[in-house]
Design a protein around this ligand. Structure first.
Ligand code: HEC
Length: 186
């Protein structure tokens, strides 16, 4: 029995050795919290995508909960998770956020408005994905936010968009923000 703690210690030391490849600076609670929040959104997005792909059984409660997870963690909650001085290693948040506050907030708020509409769609479809929720062939995939910036057509009302289309636009908000404001890792 005396061997057990030794093995445990070896595992702990091996874990520390693996960790030492990371930057030495400790992650602050603000950074740890927003990274956990982003991970929760990624997991929610995986659930929604699984439901649309048919890899997961449709469950209106799980669908709504996933949409709500993203809604609650986007918008002003997301903006507030990036206070001044919280950028740079070991966080992957770029200092550019400080210089482009408006653009950063616009992405977070746009994501929130789409997630709100998606959450509402779950209420309207208690039994399964309806035809109205499906994206129609040839539906524009371009980011409506960027289209608007570039002087494109005014954005369609999210509450009138098929849920699947809303979800694709949401993923574009994730990607667009990461492309500009998140340091590439690995
Ligand atoms: C307004 C900008 C913005 C939006 C929108 C956004 N993110 Fe992020 N995300 C970031 C930034 C900045 C970081 C880096 C945070 C850090 O390391 O401090 C990040 C980090 C992450 C991470 C890594 C977390 C970790 O453990 O280090 C994941 C996963 C992630 N985001 C998923 C998502 C998903 C999924 C969405 C869309 C549903 C999304 N994000 C929308 C800005 C955004």
């Amino acid at each position: 029995m005396r061997r057990v703690p030794v093995i445990a210690a070896v595992i702990v030391v091996a874990g520390l050795a693996a960790r030492s490849a990371l930057p030495e600076t400790a992650v602050s609670p603000v950074v740890a919290e927003r990274q956990a929040s982003m991970k929760a959104m990624a997991s929610a997005a995986k659930t929604i995508s699984g439901i649309f792909d048919g890899k997961m059984a449709y469950d209106a409660v799980a669908f709504k909960e996933a949409a709500e997870t993203i809604r609650r963690r986007s918008g002003s909650a997301m903006v507030d998770a990036f206070p001044a001085g919280s950028f740079g290693a070991p966080s992957a948040a770029k200092a550019e956020i400080e210089q482009s506050r408006e653009e950063f907030a616009a992405l977070a708020l746009h994501l929130e408005s789409l997630a709100t509409a998606l959450s509402d769609a779950a209420d309207e479809a208690p039994n399964g994905i309806t035809e109205a929720m499906r994206m129609k062939p040839g539906m524009a995939m371009g980011s409506s936010l960027l289209g608007k910036r570039a002087g494109g057509a005014a954005e369609a009302d999210p509450s009138k968009m098929p849920a699947e289309h809303l979800f694709h636009l949401m993923l574009q908000d994730c990607t667009n923000c990461h492309a500009k404001f998140r340091e590439k890792r690995q």
